[in-house]
Design a protein around this ligand. Structure first.
Ligand SMILES: O=C(O)CCC(=O)C(=O)O
Ligand SMILES: [Fe+2]
Length: 747
């Protein structure tokens, strides 16, 4: 909750995350916090790229609310910016050979007029992007020439009044235009802050967060891009050779036919893949290559054909094989992969009622009398808050900041303790709830009110009950759910108790509206469990290797400062719905090895990663303050499975890189294979239990617990290191060392 602060809270810097430009949405927490933002983005790695020249790192954002309508093969930044040497997609260089193109002058003529038409469309753009320039390319710089044939994406838009989706329009900002929807965006609104206008001009085919679809959602696309990039290279090589016009003409027609075929395959309705703008551009480029550029082109036509055939076959439905998978990004295709909207785009249903129970006549008249007396006597402790001038006083174990007002910790006086004991009997439960704080709110008249808000401060125990005792004038409490489809109201009478929970706060807001007819005083006593420890509250959803990690103190435990709960999730597909998670601050996901184990496996990695990603998106959507930590899969004693583990872990890194509030727990310290040191131990025979391929022994569990704890307490930089450097401790590094951990130290 925004305006809650506990004395012991330390401000922690985000580790390894780039500075986020767009604010995450704030739910209206405590009243008077006001500040809302309805722009909500996820980071996407698609494809993260670092331009060495500019020394900037760009990320593409995916707007989480906008559902992908269809799986349009996306435009990775590797294709967007020229001279990108760090592209995650490597074209198949081995098949890149020189090609023969023959040019049909009629085609050239037709396309010349098309080009002119296009040029008028794109007028106002920098001249380097003008299609008119195409007729006189600089053959010394084929790549630039190729890049100059771009769609308007990436061009800095200057002319007309531009309104960014953020709603603002100004002349000072730098704008970028989406190649697909032609919408102008502030560079800052799409996380391109820091890029100069020159740099933005180089972003070809840039698609905005609304249009862009992550290749992880469309695994076919990765191949497409790699192959197209390869064609691009081949085309550039064409420019370096010379040939007679007649040959050029013939070859161009052939190439056109091939590309047309490719288009047909790409737009195959069954594939549900639209023709990508890249391909469209490729076709245009093929058609408008100027005559002068093509000479001496009598070699390697076969190679371009082969290339196109490869491209075609990568686009038709692949069997379970993975012939075209590039080492870093493509996962085996899956016949079950849903080509539909993910569940996270659906509205969250309201999973609970706003309160659990309402009970009258709980407080005796005698106790009420003593409580009123206490309120009168401790008047000095009350502080006015909010517009409605209600006044609050606080008792509790820890300091507590509420609606901008700080309250010092103070032990509950006896009369409040007595009240607490009474109200605790209202709910039957095996273990009585822990309620260590009481906020007393005084409404002197019907004018005093409290606007809609949630009791969702991060210092409140995620499992806490919230007991509200009323004395004095009856006042209504109103409730509204998140999509405002449900409104409820309850009259809180003198000496009654309302029992709610911290859980319900994420789905309902509540208020005490003004009441013109009421002139009497009402006092409420709200009991909750509050402690700064809950700033680290953690839920672990994990397989059997996380079963022995416990909360609290002791070896293999997460320590006193990490309160939480562990629930068994043996498979990725068993990950629960967001509404079952609860309002924890951290969520550790340690599951997947059973899902990828081929003995059980029915799903491909791409599908499983898709499920994992969708779940994370769903979780963050329901709990915007939640930090998710995906723990990389641990090595096993089985080599072939370890290869799958390695591949899956790359997918995990991609997800973490891409999604907001999602981090990786880097388990590379375990090496590339489960060692005897960390694996299970046969106690009777005093030797490693080699028949158990997957399970950690005592030392391994302790190590895993250290990793979990470090992540939650932000003690190391594993997230950033794993992604950005192949440094000590990254699993890639460990893999390269063949699983030997010599020199490794636990952090
Ligand atoms: O006075 C009441 O009953 C409600 C108070 C409240 O909602 C709060 O303090 O958060
Ligand atoms: Fe409240």
């Amino acid at each position: 909750m925004t305006d809650v602060d506990v004395k012991t809270t330390k401000k922690r810097g985000a580790v390894g995350r780039p500075k986020k430009v767009v604010k995450s949405p704030k739910k209206n927490s405590r009243p008077d916090s006001g500040d809302t933002c309805n722009v909500d983005f996820d980071y996407c790695p698609c494809k993260s790229y670092i331009d060495e020249e500019l020394s900037v790192e760009c990320r593409v954002l995916v707007r989480r609310e906008s559902p992908p309508v269809s799986l349009v093969p996306p435009q990775p930044p590797s294709l967007m910016m020229s001279n990108n040497r760090n592209s995650p997609i490597t074209p198949n260089q081995s098949t890149t050979k020189k090609l023969v193109l023959k040019l049909d002058p009629s085609i050239l003529k037709n396309n010349q007029s098309e080009a002119e038409e296009q040029d008028s469309l794109y007028s106002g753009n920098n001249s380097s992007s003008s299609l008119l320039d195409v007729t006189t390319p600089d053959t010394e710089k084929p790549d630039e020439f190729f890049d100059s044939l771009s769609s308007p994406g990436g061009k800095v838009s200057k002319k007309t009044k531009k309104i960014c989706p953020c709603g603002k329009s100004d002349t000072k900002s730098t704008y970028i235009i989406c190649a697909k929807c032609k919408q102008n965006w502030h560079n800052r609104c799409c996380n391109l802050t820091g890029l100069t206008q020159m740099a933005i001009k180089k972003l070809e085919f840039w698609q905005c967060p609304r249009c862009y679809i992550c290749p992880l959602l469309s695994h076919q696309s990765s191949n497409l891009h790699a192959d197209i990039k390869s064609i691009k290279l081949q085309m550039n090589s064409v420019l370096e050779t010379t040939k007679t016009n007649e040959d050029i003409s013939n070859d161009i027609s052939i190439l056109k036919a091939q590309v047309a075929e490719l288009v047909k395959v790409t737009s195959d309705k069954e594939m549900n893949v639209e023709l990508s703008p890249t391909l469209n551009e490729a076709i245009k480029k093929v058609s408008i290559f100027p005559l002068e550029s093509f000479s001496n082109l009598d070699k390697n036509m076969t190679d371009i054909k082969e290339q196109i055939t490869t491209l075609q076959s990568s686009l038709v439905k692949q069997p379970s094989g993975n012939a075209h998978r590039s080492p870093s990004r493509n996962y085996p295709s899956d016949p079950f992969t849903p080509n539909t909207r993910s569940s996270h785009f659906e509205e969250t249903k309201t999973p609970c009622e706003p309160f659990i129970k309402y009970q009258t006549d709980v407080v005796s008249p005698e106790l009420k009398e003593r409580l009123s007396q206490h309120v009168t006597e401790s008047e000095r402790r009350f502080k006015a808050v909010g517009e409605g001038s209600r006044e609050v006083a606080y008792y509790g174990e820890y300091d507590y900041t509420y609606s901008g007002v700080k309250h010092e910790k103070l032990a509950m006086p006896d009369v409040i303790k007595e009240l607490l004991n009474v109200v605790m009997t209202c709910e039957e439960c095996d273990t009585p709830p822990v309620l260590n704080s009481c906020l007393i709110t005084k409404y002197s008249s019907g004018n005093n009110h409290i606007p809609f808000h949630r009791d969702d401060e991060p210092v409140i125990d995620p499992e806490s009950r919230i007991f509200t005792v009323s004395i004095g004038a009856s006042r209504s409490m109103s409730f509204v759910n998140n999509d405002k489809s449900q409104k409820k109201e309850i009259l809180l009478e003198d000496r009654s108790v309302l029992i709610s929970s911290r859980y319900a706060q994420d789905f309902w807001k509540h208020s005490i509206p003004s009441d013109d007819l009421s002139n009497d005083m009402r006092v409420s006593f709200t009991f909750r469990n509050i402690s700064p420890h809950f700033l680290n509250s953690t839920k672990i959803l994990g397989d059997s290797n996380s079963a022995n990690i416990r909360f609290g103190t002791g070896s293999g435990n997460l320590g006193a400062w990490v309160p939480g709960k562990r629930e068994k999730v043996g498979h990725i597909e068993a990950l629960p719905d967001a509404t079952e998670i609860g309002p924890y601050r951290n969520l550790i996901l340690h599951t997947g090895i059973n899902s990828i184990n081929t003995n059980f496996r029915k799903r491909s990695q791409s599908y499983l990663l898709h499920v994992l990603e969708s779940k994370c998106q769903e979780y963050v959507k329901v709990y915007p303050k939640l930090k998710i930590y995906i723990s990389t899969l641990l090595p096993t004693r089985i080599s072939y499975l370890n290869r799958e583990v390695e591949m899956f872990n790359r997918g995990i890194l991609d997800i973490c890189y891409k999604l907001k509030n999602t981090h990786v727990i880097d388990n590379s310290i375990f090496g590339g294979i489960l060692s005897d040191e960390y694996g299970r131990w046969n106690v009777r025979e005093q030797r490693p239990l080699t028949s158990d391929a997957l399970h950690l022994g005592k030392k391994g569990i302790r190590m895993l617990a250290v990793n979990f704890k470090s992540a939650v307490l932000h003690k190391n930089k594993s997230q950033s290191r794993a992604r950005f450097n192949v440094g000590r401790g990254s699993y890639r590094d460990a893999l390269e060392r063949g699983g030997h951990r010599d020199g490794y130290q636990s952090s």
